[in-house]
Ligand binder design. Structure first.
Ligand SMILES: NC(=O)C1=CN([C@@H]2O[C@H](COP(=O)(O)OP(=O)(O)OC[C@H]3O[C@@H](n4cnc5c(N)ncnc54)[C@H](OP(=O)(O)O)[C@@H]3O)[C@@H](O)[C@H]2O)C=CC1
Ligand SMILES: O=C(O)[C@@H]1CCC=N1
Length: 274
């Protein structure tokens, strides 16, 4: 009998994770969602056939795994309201929230509950995500395996030994898809400016992103080698990369990622006062 997994928060990320879970064979009857928005509940039920309710008491008592998928800023309030139910049910609790430390969850819930902090990303929806996990001290080996199973449908999983690493993970893979999409948006706009039709520009950029990503994953070559292979001496790519270099591309990427990791730490600091 598979675990019943309840998502608290039925937004973008929960939708992606549920999609991955079901695609991996978890039965829809074994997934529940607590979500205040009626339209979102209806959409989740229609799309995935999962049960959804506004009131936690309707679905959480039957769930052995709770996935906390609300915004970090409201986590204290949401979790505080679940504390007494969590004390009775004693689920494995998995948080996917950016910048919410396990110590805060333990304070709001019950210090002895098994708590796992994780950082997935949106490609989870198509099973192409990656999730980093960190286990709190009351998590058994079986519970680690269960947490991994919940997130395995979303793609690859890995464990980090230090909770602090999750700030860097968030800046890398959690937020990372948005960096690639932003690059694609910029390339599409530039291709149109160069005179291409929107449809042609979109197709060229999309397939180029897919092809480059697949080569990076499948060829066994490093991004540096792959980049060098495209760059003929004195050619077009070299001219383009010079512009990126002169514009401080590497420094800008590093600064952006530092800012994301800093925001993750800042959220944790704000939470420390709650
Ligand atoms: N988006 C991403 O790429 C990633 C997000 N995360 C983390 O995932 C978490 C969720 O993010 P995301 O899915 O993007 O955010 P969303 O806003 O899309 O989802 C959060 C959902 O929680 C609902 N909600 C609000 N109050 C409650 C409540 N009391 N009980 C249950 N549900 C409630 C919201 O409803 P309503 O809108 O009606 O308020 C909303 O549907 C965040 O903590 C984020 O840090 C982690 C990795 C990647
Ligand atoms: O932007 C955010 O805060 C969340 C966490 C990682 C991706 N999205």
């Amino acid at each position: 009998m598979p675990d019943t997994i309840a998502f608290i928060g039925g937004g973008n990320m929960a939708t992606s994770l549920i999609g991955g879970l079901l695609a991996n064979g978890h039965p829809s009857a074994g997934v529940a969602v607590i979500e205040p928005d009626a339209d979102k509940r209806a959409a989740l039920t229609e799309r995935f056939g999962v049960r959804a309710a506004a009131a936690p008491a309707e679905l959480l008592p039957q769930a052995t795994i709770w996935v906390l998928a609300v915004k970090p800023q409201i986590m204290a309030t949401v979790v505080g309201e679940l504390a007494s139910l969590a004390g009775q049910v004693r689920p494995l609790v998995i948080s996917i929230a950016a910048g919410v430390p396990l110590a805060a969850l333990a304070r709001w819930l019950d210090a002895d509950l098994p708590l796992v902090r994780s950082m997935p990303n949106t490609p989870a929806l198509i099973g192409a995500g990656i999730t980093a996990l960190f286990a709190g001290e009351h998590v058994s080996a079986d519970q680690c395996a269960a947490a991994e199973t919940v997130l395995a449908g979303a793609g690859e999983t890995l464990w980090v030994d230090r909770e602090d690493d999750l700030d860097a993970v968030t800046a890398t893979s959690g937020s990372g898809p948005a960096y690639f999409f932003a690059f694609m948006e910029a390339m599409q706009a530039a291709a149109e400016e160069l005179g291409l039709d929107r449809e042609i520009a979109t197709r060229l950029v999309r397939q180029t992103a897919l092809g480059a990503a697949r080569m990076a994953v499948e060829s066994g070559d490093s991004p540096t080698t792959l980049r060098t292979n495209v760059t003929s001496p004195g050619g077009t790519t070299e001219r383009a990369l010079t512009i990126l270099d002169e514009g401080g591309f590497d420094l800008l990427v590093a600064e952006a990622m530092r800012a994301a990791a800093g925001r993750s730490r800042e959220l944790a600091a704000q939470i420390a006062d709650q």
